[in-house]
Ligand binder design. Structure first.
Ligand code: CA
Length: 431
């Protein structure tokens, strides 16, 4: 549903929003923040400012569904807002866009709702009750599979089942939090016995996060035709991974301590409504691939259930920062390389009766390109650590070292629309 809020010609009286590649007036993402020591509350990013939803909720400038949405988002965690129907988010978006646009008559009051983002602390946008990580990036699955099983890189279930595992919600943090290198058990192939110690193969995984809006009742699966209505929005997600711990522990039940020490997300929920202009068709499967089973197949989802999102990964070492060298881009990928749509992941998650709740988070799995230009992990970029990448200043990397800063950037782009961004998704390995 494209409306006046997506008009690329619309500008804001918040000057820093105009021309912003992250938060122009066409974006209006939802988050949780504290202004200068204040209590956490809901907010909306606009340029380099944050609009306070708790103040908007008390104003006579909002009414009806828009006011109800602002009230539901006034507290520190946005779960109540995410649990409202999409029409409430849309009403809030339309009203805020109206109030923030150039020439809006009530500017004087709305200005009192704004804080400079630089003076605010960002929090987790919602309390994540459950976090699930999928494996829908087929090129990542192929690349990693080739390292372990050269003759049989993709397991036979991959093209039939959206593969996933239940992750850990407690260790998800917003961008900026330091990443502690995990210690654990590992065993190199030539060692006779396992050892214990800090991971020497600390890696990133370039993913998107899917924020669940309205949930479903236990025992009541979400049909594929309704799945999109249960998605409130998206964020960037870095599924930090300790490859040496993973290789020793992952059989027979999958990743455990190799993944549960930390997950970094971008702090803003870029709403499904903001992303409407960037929906694209799910790329057709290569000839010979099985069609998704009927419960995963929906014509409308195939026609517009993927997204035109560009994703980039930047690395900056401590030495590079001390030398004033800019971060180097090590990967350039895109969301269209996912083998399953977000709706298919939601439907598959619930098809056995599992209930999702507002504020649950799904990871898509690592998103790599078919060629070497956009590999979403160092495991792939360095071919399992055998081919180090070269960095400015003569450094090389196989896996992450202490002091390394890893950043993911994401931008939605479409001809005839304003580009919108996800904001930062950054973490420094603190050792
Ligand atoms: Ca992952």
């Amino acid at each position: 549903m494209i409306d006046e809020t997506h008009d690329p010609a619309r500008t804001s009286w918040v000057e820093s929003a105009n021309g912003s590649s992250e938060f122009p007036i066409q974006n209006l993402p939802l988050g949780s923040f504290s202004p200068n020591g204040g209590a956490p509350r809901g907010g909306v990013a606009i340029g380099e400012m944050i609009l306070d939803l708790s103040l908007a909720a008390r104003s006579a400038l909002l009414s009806g569904e828009a006011k109800a949405a602002a009230e539901a988002g006034a507290g520190g965690a946005l779960n109540p807002l995410l649990g409202l129907p999409g029409s409430a988010r849309r009403a809030l978006r339309r009203r805020l866009s109206e109030l923030l646009k150039d020439g809006a008559p009530d500017r004087a009051e709305v200005e009192t709702w704004l804080y400079p983002a630089s003076a605010c602390t960002l929090h987790m946008p919602a309390q994540v009750g459950d976090y699930t990580d999928f494996y829908a990036g087929i090129h990542h699955a192929l690349n990693v599979g080739r390292q372990f099983r050269p003759d049989n890189p993709l397991l036979p279930n991959y093209k039939h089942v959206p593969i996933g595992y239940h992750g850990r919600a407690s260790s998800i943090r917003v961008s900026g939090a330091g990443v502690r290198r995990p210690s654990g058990q590992k065993k190199s192939p030539d060692a006779e016995t396992p050892s214990f110690g800090p991971s020497a193969r600390l890696d990133l995984e370039l993913e998107l996060g899917i924020w669940i809006g309205q949930g479903n009742d236990l025992g009541a699966p979400i049909p594929i035709g309704q799945a999109r209505g249960h998605i409130a929005g998206f964020c960037l997600l870095n599924d930090w991974s300790a490859r040496d711990l993973q290789a020793w522990e992952y059989q027979p039940l999958g990743p455990f301590l190799a993944k549960n020490f930390m997950t970094t997300i971008s702090p803003w929920i870029v709403t499904a409504e903001a992303l409407e202009p960037f929906r694209i068709a799910q790329p057709p499967r290569p000839g010979g691939d099985p069609a998704p089973m009927p419960y995963l197949w929906d014509e409308a989802d195939q026609a517009g259930g993927a997204y035109g999102l560009d994703l980039e990964v930047f690395l900056s070492t401590r030495a590079m920062r001390e030398a004033g060298t800019a971060p180097v881009r090590i990967s350039r990928s895109a969301a269209r390389h996912l083998y399953w749509t977000a709706a298919q992941m939601v439907t598959h998650h619930t098809v056995g009766g599992c209930d999702l709740n507002p504020g649950d988070l799904l990871g898509t799995g690592t998103i790599s390109t078919p060629d070497d230009s956009g590999l979403g992990s160092l495991l792939e970029l360095t071919r399992g650590g055998s081919a180090p990448i070269s960095l400015p200043g003569g450094e090389t990397r196989t896996f992450l070292q202490d002091g390394d800063e890893l950043s993911i950037a994401g931008h939605a782009r479409a001809e005839g629309f304003a580009t919108i961004g996800f904001g930062p998704c950054t973490g420094v390995v603190v050792g």
